[in-house]
Design a protein around this ligand. Structure first.
Ligand SMILES: [Zn+2]
Length: 341
């Protein structure tokens, strides 16, 4: 994600009406109120588990930096596809190749997965799964040749979506959900003359090549940088670009322009739940994966921290992520989807 205008395995057990799904990390969920009355108009909102999401960050980071062309990138894709195929009967690999600001051409893959009712207009939920080839915001220039592990920048959004998918596979959501795991978001450069300064390659490809037979969503929610722990890091000086050190999620301006109603719905839901990371201060126009999709007619908003101290540094590691931050985001979205309050 790039700031343009800085104004800124599942094993399913079915026993005596209890449905539990165990993910690869050993997390289990049981919201199993569906066992009694499947016609209930307001199903219980399944309980999002922030600790499980944090483990899903660790799992992704264990592959290493998921940078274009790397072994870790290829292995993480295999893992992601396996996770989704356990949870959804409808998964699409959208493969393409592209050059980036750092070379190539590389092989890329956007992954789509459908959950919930098979018909109707889906809500798009998206995150990028690649990580950045250079830690170019690191205060130590010697680290600029190192890739970013992307625990927060990449893996956090994927982790929240996978934890949500685990729950949604178990308790069918009242509306269709289209998950999009976008590749090649984070290989841009401020001096690039490519569209979006070379960022958002995967989302731009999806926007321009919407797959046949997949209903195009009217609206959606993008997650990026949603797992920070909001703690100071002594070696990283706080700069204006970081905003507040604590984990907070402000109102992103492209999102407000595209779909103010959905922004308000999400932030109001978070406030009703007492999730204090959601703050009503403007964070400016951010070039992120929602922008190409907005231009393609999808009114998608971005939930993003602008910017954590670890952003594009070698400290973007699981140790600087927080289960509570992931919970605040995941719990809010589960309530938005299931209509709980
Ligand atoms: Zn990034």
């Amino acid at each position: 994600m790039f700031c343009l205008r800085p104004s800124r395995t599942a094993l399913a057990l079915v026993t005596c009406g209890l449905v539990a799904v165990l993910c690869g990390c050993g997390c289990s969920g049981s919201s199993a109120e569906t066992g009694g009355d499947e016609s209930a108009p307001n199903p219980t909102v399944p309980a999002f588990d922030g600790a499980c999401a944090l483990e899903l960050i660790q799992t992704q980071c264990d592959f290493g930096p998921r940078t274009p062309g790397s072994k870790a990138h290829a292995e993480a894709l295999v893992w992601l596809l396996a996770q989704l195929r356990e949870l959804s009967g409808r998964v699409l690999e959208q493969r393409f190749s592209s050059e980036t600001s750092f070379g190539g051409p590389y092989d890329f893959c956007n992954v789509l997965a459908w959950l919930g009712p098979q018909t109707g207009s889906p809500l798009l939920l998206a995150a990028h799964w690649d990580s950045r080839p250079t830690a170019d915001e690191d205060p130590d220039p010697a680290n600029h040749n190192s890739p970013v592990l992307g625990a927060n920048d990449g893996a956090s959004g994927v982790a929240v979506l996978l934890e949500m998918a685990r729950l949604m596979a178990q308790t069918e959501p009242p509306r269709p959900i289209l998950l999009a795991f976008l590749d090649a978001e984070d290989s841009g450069s401020s001096d690039s003359d490519q569209p979006y300064s070379g960022f958002c390659v995967g989302s731009a490809y999806l926007a321009e090549h919407w797959p046949e037979g997949w209903a195009k969503p009217a609206e959606g929610i993008l997650l990026d940088l949603v797992g920070g722990d909001g703690k100071p890091i002594p070696r990283i000086p706080v700069r204006p670009i970081h905003g507040a050190v604590e984990f907070d999620l402000g109102l992103e301006s492209n999102s407000l322009d595209a779909n103010p109603k959905l922004v308000n719905q999400v932030w109001s839901q978070a406030e009703a739940l007492g999730h204090k990371a959601f703050v009503r201060k403007t964070s400016g126009y951010i070039t992120d994966d929602h922008v190409p999709l907005i231009r393609a007619g999808i009114k998608i908003i971005d939930i993003i921290e602008v910017f954590p101290l670890t952003w594009h540094t070698v400290d973007d590691t699981p140790e600087h992520c927080s289960a509570d931050s992931l919970y605040q985001v995941g719990d809010t979205l589960m309530h938005v989807i299931y209509g709980g309050s």
